[in-house]
Design a protein around this ligand. Sequence first.
Ligand code: NAP
Length: 310
Amino acid sequence: MSKKVRIGKTDLVVNPIGLGANAIGGHNLYPGIDEQVNRELLKTAINEGLDFIDTAFTYGMGRSEEIIGEVVKEMRKRQDLIIATKGTQKFVNSEKLIDNSPEYLRETVDASLKRLQTDYIDLFYIHYPDENTPKYEAVGALKELKDAGKIRAIGVSNFSPEQLKEANQDGYVDVLQGHYNLLNRQAEQDYFPYTIKNHISFVPYFPFASGLLAGKYSKDTQFNDFRSNMPQFQGEAFEENLAKVERLRSIANEKQTEVSNLVLAWYLAHDAIDTVIPGAKKPEQVIRNLKTLEVPLNKVEFDEISKIFS
Ligand code: NAP
């Protein structure tokens, strides 16, 4: 079942369950990922009706974009998909720098187009703000790329509320991607009032809090990637979070669904949010996440989940 939605004020129409692709070719984030599994996952996702893919240069330093470009070309599906990517990090003498200058944005968009083997990007985000470029100038450069047909919509990510307002002074920002999940709800205060008022669609990243909210970890689960240093996976905090997830499980059981679907449905019930982009490492996780639209939440369930994580 797929009920398509429009992303904010853009002309991008998608299945609201997208795919966060930082584990596709993201060798720098997840050591040991298998590109053959990545390819199978993408093919399964697309064949199952997923049409919104979120990637970035920094996921494998271009590797994620390359794999997506190759698979989409092989499947001849470009026109059926909405591809979002992000740029702004660059390496100078092996030092990672963030650059929002118009010249660099033009360069990085061209490089993404090449890696993705396409002549347009549906949604391009400034991945991180730099310190020097006025944000309306950076977004102004993206508006020129939009007018030139290289990108179809403009996004910003990891911008502070002030940077977002500055970026949107001419009303050009279509999407804000920011950290938001049941364990980290600050965006409700910091961003949602502004994004709703200004028709900017909010795309939450880390919807499963890096897997914690997907309902399958126990206190004995070991992590060998960046999660081993994240506070939400440490000691008492980890155990408290797992206890909250268990409370979700009883609601999920009553609805004959999974915790992961309940969590994604909770985000989609927000006015501020049109789409979610959960990450996945196995094809079966994508198939499971796509079932979310079969479990709409009623108001009582929505409030109960909000309360568990208030
Ligand atoms: P996430 O969506 O919170 O968690 C994804 C992880 O949850 C998967 O890798 C998998 O981990 C587990 N999972 C997914 N579906 C599952 C299911 N049905 N059942 C059980 N487990 C499941 O974290 P994320 O992938 O880091 O974030 C989502 C996307 O947001 C990224 O892919 C990326 O596109 C974007 N992002 C953007 C920024 C930014 O700065 N703009 C930052 C971070 C992320 P395991 O298999 O390991 O358990």
